[in-house]
Design a binder for this molecule. Structure first.
Ligand code: SIN
Ligand code: FE
Length: 286
C-alpha cells in the first residue's frame, strides 16, 4: 500500500524517488501498514519500571550505550537489544522507501518513550507539548537534516497524538528578526567546555533560537495554526522534525530513531531549513 501523507495532493503516485521528494516538501509520512512488531519478551519491557524516573526517555547511542534506564543486568541488555533491533528496522525502512538516502543516512540516538506525553516537562524549552521544530542544544547538525522514524507500540491501543503547525518558512519568518546573534567566540567556547559535541554553526544557533522562541511564546502556543494528527497504535511515521512544526500532546510507548542526512542527499535541497534560512539571511550559514 502506498504510504499516506497528510495533505496528500495529486502527487500521490509514482516511483521511489517520489517518496523522498514528497517527504521533503510535506515533512511527514504516516505508514499505517508498516508496524514494528514486538516479541512477547519485548512486550514485557513496556513498563514504567525500567525508566530511571529522571530522563525523559530511555535511549541508546553508539558512544554512550543505554541511558535513562533503571534496569540492570538482563533487563538492560533486553532494552538495548530492542532499541538496536528497532534502529536497524528503521534504517531498512527509510532505505527501502527513499533509496537515494540509503548511503548517506547517519544513525543518531534511538529512544524508547515509556512515559506518558502528559507528564510535566523539566522546563518550557524541554516541553515537547509546545509547538516547535527540533534543534538540539548539545548536538549541532551543521546543516544536516533531522529525520526521525517513530512507531507507536502502545499495547492497549492508545493513539499518539501530535499537533502539526504551519510550514517551516512561515514559522521561521516569525522569529527570524528576533533571533539572538551568537557573540564572537561563543561557538568555540561551547565546544571547548564540552557543551556542544560539534561546533555550533550559525545555522545551528539560528535553529536553536527558532526552537526556543516558539516554545517560550505563550501567545504563539495558544493561537498558532495547527491541525491534530493521530497516530494509531501500530502506526509508524517518518518525519523531518527540523522543518515540521510539531507538538506531542497525548500517548505513551513509542520507539524513535533519529537519522542525520546531508542536504546534498535530498531530492529537493531547496526545501531544507538550511537553504530556506540562507535565502532569508542572504548568505551562507555553515
Ligand atoms: C518531539 O519530538 O517533540 C516529541 C515527539 C513524540 O515523542 O511523540
Ligand atoms: Fe520535537
Amino acid at each position: 500500500m502506498e504510504p499516506r501523507l497528510p495533505n496528500q495532493g495529486a502527487a500521490a503516485t509514482g516511483g521511489r524517488d517520489d517518496f523522498a521528494a514528497r517527504l521533503e516538501t510535506e515533512g511527514l509520512a504516516i505508514l499505517s501498514d508498516r508496524p514494528f512488531t514486538l516479541t512477547p519478551r519485548e512486550t514485557a519491557l513496556l513498563s514504567p519500571a525500567f525508566s530511571d524516573g529522571r530522563a525523559k526517555n530511555i535511549s541508546l547511542g553508539a558512544a554512550q550505550g543505554v541511558r535513562g534506564a533503571a534496569a540492570a543486568g538482563a533487563s538492560a541488555e533486553s532494552l538495548a537489544a530492542l532499541m538496536e533491533r528497532f534502529a536497524a528496522w528503521a534504517e531498512a525502512l527509510v532505505s527501502e522507501l527513499a533509496p537515494r538516502y540509503a548511503a548517506s543516512l547517519e544513525r543518531g540516538r534511538t529512544s524508547f518513550r515509556t512515559r506518558s506525553v502528559d507528564e510535566p516537562a523539566a522546563s518550557a524549552r524541554k516541553d515537547d507539548r509546545r509547538l516547535h521544530v527540533d534543534a538540539f542544544a548539545s548536538q549541532p547538525t551543521g546543516g544536516r537534516r533531522i529525520l526521525r522514524v517513530f512507531c507507536n507500540i502502545n499495547p492497549i491501543g492508545e493513539p499518539r497524538v501530535w499537533l502539526v503547525g504551519e510550514p517551516f518558512e512561515a514559522y521561521a519568518r516569525r522569529w527570524f528578526g528576533r533571533a539572538r546573534r551568537p557573540w564572537p567566540g561563543e561557538a568555540w567556547l561551547l565546544r571547548r567546555l564540552g557543551i556542544t559535541k560539534a561546533p555550533r554553526t550559525r545555522y545551528d544557533a539560528l535553529m536553536l533560537a527558532l526552537h526556543d522562541a516558539a516554545k517560550l511564546d505563550k501567545t504563539y502556543q495558544r493561537h498558532a495554526p495547527r491541525r491534530q494528527v493521530s497516530f494509531p497504535a501500530g502506526a509508524s511515521w517518518i518525519v523531518y522534525t527540523d522543518s515540521t512544526v510539531h507538538a506531542a500532546i497525548a500517548g505513551r510507548y513509542a520507539l524513535e530513531q533519529t537519522f542525520y542526512l546531508p542536504v546534498s542527499a535530498m531530492a529537493a535541497p531547496e526545501a531544507s531549513p538550511l537553504r530556506i534560512l540562507e535565502k532569508m539571511v542572504g548568505g551562507i550559514l555553515c
